[in-house]
Ligand binder design. Structure first.
Ligand code: ZN
Ligand code: FE
Length: 734
């Protein structure tokens, strides 16, 4: 029987696994890496062979991802006399897949801490089950010569392990030890320490309260103990955006935040994402995070493990980047760009080829709910139904990401950032080229956002023109809807509740509080929130008092703000673009409740409003639905003003506001459902990062007989939207 296995099956211990499985049955024959995966020809009883083949996918090695196992009976010239592993010349091809970077495995952890092991305290040990992959690959095929490890020839010991099929480092491309691999070093004030001394000094300095730059897997972090959060924020000139923490282990995390069983499982998983956990004590660690959640991850490289030792419980570990530029990732950048911020630099000799930020997620009803899908997940494919072509979807702008497809496999990019920044846009273009080379995808058509000014749109337009391939512009919220459909393998007409900050509407105005009805082929706008005038245009996104003022037109409430120009603009409509964005409605409400008047980052008003809410409150504000399912916020605004005048707490007002949105959404969705007969709804858009709404609205919809699908594999925000663009493009091509 010839058996062909496709997927991520090379460099992940697949042939040793086959070797073990075959020896259970005693088959003769051979196995080898082929240009497309792993192939084998085995001789034995047909029933036994079939049973063997059926066990491959379920029992695969940890890091393997089996796309397909195909069996066919074949003739052999002569009976086999043994089972052998054939070394193939064309070991790897571009058709095989590359594993993401994986956190240190239990076996390596044991060696790291075992004084008798040759890799004791060596911060770069790894094996077939763990270590760097995606971030060190320069080119394909994936072998050591084409990674950052090419400059570290293996010592005879490592080489022997690498060639030994029974060894857990068999064909682990980045394997190394302290004799042959990269070393860590520490620099501070002209002094340079190496190896263990470097780590010990860094530990000591951290405990003293120093702020250090630490080079990790996908970039540089700034690290310090949580007590130094305010100092770090001051040195970094950072807005109030929350910092991520790294905790020594899940038990340490549990002293600060509530950790459910499912959350603990994610924290300890091999992907080691940052998990957003609810604070144990509301308002605690306010300098680290101003909301009710703490982003916590566990040490994921051997270096992190050594850095924590057994006496550091938690460190802030925030990406070292500035004003939306990409994460810094070279030793040189650490020395030049971080000199004013970091007291010392803990660097190493292994170059990072591809930047990759930490992944960020909530665990929602026991399953992953991404805010950022990056390290540990990229470049694993997301499998979608109904795709065959090689396509490229270019995403949006602020949370840029792209996705390439090949057959049923789609490859969403890592977190890229805001394209308005030149370095970020440059990295975006480089990453598209890198992915196309890694996965051998020359796109035959391109999708982009409908917004004519997005740099991703301009990139798509130029490429399509130059290469003479079709280009399809996709309305922003239609793409969000399609992304959530694809994420859930839906191909039917659905109702899309698409709520975000801003997206270019089909009519040229700004949308974002949308109720759509449609499928991959098209959509109708069936409802939305009443557009809000943004006094001063973009200015209103930061100075959100402008939105509260526009919604209430209450001059007494906003007496302390520069109203003269604003009120003139509001009356005349001059420089007052209309927006139906849900993010803006949140901003306005946060301002009316005096929770936030100036946002230091986009969406801060919404974040603080969610954080303020009193979860025990079930009451709602009055609201009206105008002709065409338009949510009229006027009655609600009056009620908020009355509450505020009566001294009602911010917590109650915030809860009443979000309860109102849920009820409004349930009412509108039910209307659309009754009218259309469609009983499935998808929730997408950045506003659904709001856990208060996400934990209530689906239940309310389900009580009205509507099935609700939320994101599972990609982010609900603009980062996940390219997946929807791709599906819409695919449908448009027929
Ligand atoms: Zn390992
Ligand atoms: Fe969006």
């Amino acid at each position: 029987m010839r058996i062909e296995v496709r997927g991520i099956v090379q460099g992940v211990g697949f042939r040793p696994f086959i070797h073990r499985l075959v020896s259970e049955y005693g088959f003769f024959g051979w196995v080898r890496n082929s240009s497309r995966g792993v192939d084998m020809v085995l001789e034995g009883e047909e029933a036994q062979l079939r049973q063997f083949a059926e066990r491959i996918a379920p029992e695969k090695p940890l890091l393997a991802d089996v796309e397909s196992v195909e069996c066919s009976l074949c003739e052999i010239d002569e009976p086999f006399t043994a089972f052998e592993i054939i070394e193939s010349r064309t070991m790897q091809s571009r058709d095989t897949l590359i594993s993401p970077d994986i956190g240190i495995c239990p076996d390596c952890l044991r060696e790291l801490l075992d004084p008798k092991d040759k890799r004791y305290r060596y911060p770069f040990l790894n094996c077939t089950n763990c270590g760097p992959r995606f971030t060190i690959i320069r080119d394909i095929p994936y072998d050591r010569a084409k990674t950052s490890m090419s400059v570290f020839p293996m010592c005879p010991d490592c080489e022997r392990e690498y060639r030994d099929i029974t060894n857990r480092r068999y064909h682990a491309e980045p394997t190394c030890c302290s004799d042959c691999g990269p070393q860590v070093f520490y620099e501070e004030a002209g002094e340079r320490l190496e190896r263990d001394e470097a780590i010990e000094r860094a530990r000591q300095r951290l405990k003293e309260g120093a702020i250090l730059a630490v080079k990790g897997l996908g970039g540089l972090h700034l690290a310090c103990i949580p007590e130094r959060a305010a100092e770090l924020r001051a040195r970094k000139h950072r807005d109030s955006k929350p910092f991520a923490l790294m905790c020594r282990n899940a038990d340490c995390a549990e002293t600060m935040a509530v950790v459910t069983e499912a959350e603990r499982e994610r924290l300890e998983s091999r992907q080691k994402p940052i998990v957003l956990l609810k604070k144990r004590v509301r308002g605690s660690f306010a300098d680290v995070s101003e909301n009710n959640y703490m982003g916590i991850m566990l040490p994921y490289t051997p270096l992190h493990v050594l850095l924590f030792g057994d006496d550091i419980d938690a460190l802030i570990m925030t990406s070292a980047n500035f004003s939306d530029k990409p994460i810094l990732y070279t030793n040189e950048e650490a020395r030049t760009e971080l000199a004013a911020i970091a007291d010392g630099l803990l660097l190493n000799e292994r170059d990072i080829q591809t930047r990759c930020d930490d992944s960020l997620m909530y665990v929602c009803n026991g399953s992953d709910y991404f805010v950022r899908r990056s390290r540990g997940y990229v470049p694993y494919p997301v499998r979608l139904k109904g795709l065959e072509r090689k396509l490229l979807a270019c995403g949006a702008e602020q949370k840029a990401s792209f996705v390439l497809s090949r057959g049923s496999s789609t490859f969403p990019s890592q977190h890229i950032g805001d394209l308005k920044n030149f370095e970020t846009f440059d990295n975006y273009r480089q990453q598209i080229a890198h992915f196309e080379r890694m996965f051998d995808i020359a796109p035959t058509a391109i999708a982009c956002d409908l917004h004519p000014d997005y740099l991703s749109t301009q990139y798509a337009r130029e490429r399509a023109e130059k290469e003479g391939i079709p280009l399809v512009s996709v309305q922003h919220h239609h793409a969000h809807m399609a992304a959530c459909m694809a994420d859930n393998d839906l191909d039917e007409t659905v109702i899309g509740l698409i709520w975000d900050g801003v997206g270019y509407g089909s009519d040229g105005s700004v949308w974002g509080g949308e109720f759509l009805l449609g499928d991959y082929g098209g959509f109708e706008r069936k409802g939305h929130i009443r557009p809000i005038p943004l006094i001063g245009g973009d200015k209103a996104v930061k100075e959100i008092w402008r939105i509260g003022y526009a919604m209430s037109r209450d001059e007494s409430l906003y007496g302390d703000y520069p109203l003269s120009v604003a009120s003139m603009q509001l009356r005349s409509g001059l420089n007052c673009p209309l927006s139906s964005g849900m993010g803006r409605l949140f901003d306005g409400a946060a301002s009316l409740m005096d929770i936030c008047q100036y946002a230091t980052y986009e969406g801060e008003g919404a974040v603080l409003l969610e954080a303020a809410a009193d979860e025990s409150c079930d009451e709602v504000y009055p609201f009206a639905l105008a002709e065409g399912n338009i949510f009229d916020y006027e009655p609600m605004v009056r009620a908020i003003l009355a509450d505020r005048a009566a001294g009602v707490s911010k917590g109650i007002m915030a809860a009443r506001f979000m309860n109102t949105l849920c009820l409004m959404a349930a009412d509108i969705t039910e209307r659309i459902s009754l009218e259309s007969g469609v009983k499935t709804a998808v929730l997408s858009g950045g506003s659904f990062q709001n856990m208060y709404i996400l934990s209530r609205l689906p239940r309310m919809l389900e009580q009205r007989g509507i099935r609700v699908c939320t994101h599972r594999r990609v982010s609900c925000n603009d980062e996940g939207l390219s997946l929807g663009q791709l599906m819409i493009l695919n449908r448009a091509l027929g």
